[in-house]
Design a protein around this ligand. Structure first.
Ligand code: NAD
Length: 273
């Protein structure tokens, strides 16, 4: 499978589908990432708080895939926000991953009560200018946070990674991303499985001889978003990548749009500090 790429606002190409490792224990992470790399994934999404950067690093070191074909993302955790602490946290993540350069570094949450995301961003801008990370972005930023960041910064975030799936479609944030040329990346793209039993999703899957997970991933991909589904089950890891051989029709996309409800699985970005 060749995964299409999206071009970020700084020209860097990012695979449209990657592998997420949230909640994968460090000692199981290398095996899961190795399975994903063998299946054909080239983009891996981790975070300092996941505690499994070392496992990701081990899989990268053991893999025969050349480094320049990989796209590795990690994130600055809330308690590391601030200029100096971000520089330190970045170095620690890079050391754990065993890498000299990162592809994408994200501010994990805006944590507005801390009031530090602009300082954190200055540190990422510096790391980017030094060539230590190819692209910088944010995660869980609401439109207000984005406006404030963009108004006061040199570098516009390349990516905003937000909770996004049929049960939480985050339209205002997507519109804000689009206004600024920021790529939208969907976390929990499958709603952690919560939308896979929907009868409309199952009906569409049957029609395409696909699985519900594949249908939901197509719904994202056809709207130009980046997705990072997670699984530790080899058959599902392969299944989630095998989504480039069919296409949903407009009425099928609309049927999935209609599943919107208050289906948030994670914290609200304004309240999480
Ligand atoms: P997800 O929507 O990818 O769902 C994963 C779960 O769905 C699996 O544990 C499994 O139960 C089920 N599943 C996966 N593939 C399946 C298949 N083919 N068939 C049936 N069930 C299947 O949820 P996630 O792990 O929360 O999100 C994906 C990634 O997003 C994470 O691993 C992480 O990298 C990232 N993430 C980022 C943030 C953030 O704040 N930036 C927060 C949460 C997750």
């Amino acid at each position: 499978t060749t995964v299409p790429a999206v071009t970020l606002n700084n020209g860097v190409r990012m695979p449209q589908l990657g592998f997420g490792v949230y909640q994968v224990p460090d000692d199981e992470t290398a095996a899961a990432v190795t399975t994903a790399l063998d299946a054909g994934y080239r983009s891996i999404d981790t975070a300092a708080i996941y505690g499994n950067e070392q496992g990701v690093g081990r899989a990268i070191a053991d893999s025969s895939v050349p480094r320049d074909e990989l796209f590795i993302t990690t994130k600055i955790w809330n308690s590391d926000q601030g200029y100096d602490s971000t520089l330190r946290a970045f170095d620690e993540s890079l050391a754990k991953l065993g890498l000299e350069q990162l592809d994408l570094s994200l501010i994990h949450w805006p944590t507005p009560e801390r009031g530090l995301y602009l300082d954190t961003w200055r540190a990422l801008e510096r790391l980017h200018a030094e060539g230590r990370v190819r692209a910088i972005g944010v995660s869980n930023f609401e439109p207000d946070h984005l406006e404030r960041l963009v108004a006061t910064s040199t570098v516009v975030p390349a990516v905003n990674q937000v909770e996004l799936h049929p049960a939480l479609q985050n339209r205002a944030t997507i519109a804000a991303n689009e206004r600024h040329g920021i790529v939208t990346e969907a976390w929990s793209p499958l709603a952690q499985g919560a939308v896979l039993g929907e009868s409309s999703v199952i009906a569409i899957a049957v029609r395409h001889e696909a699985t519900p997970a594949q249908v939901v991933l197509r719904w994202h991909l056809q709207q130009g978003r980046v997705v990072i589904p997670k699984s530790v089950t080899p058959s599902r890891i392969a299944e989630n990548l095998d989504v480039f051989g069919f296409e949903l029709a407009a009425d099928e996309l609309a049927a999935i749009d209609a599943l919107e409800r208050d289906g948030r699985t994670g914290p609200h970005p304004v309240e999480f500090n």
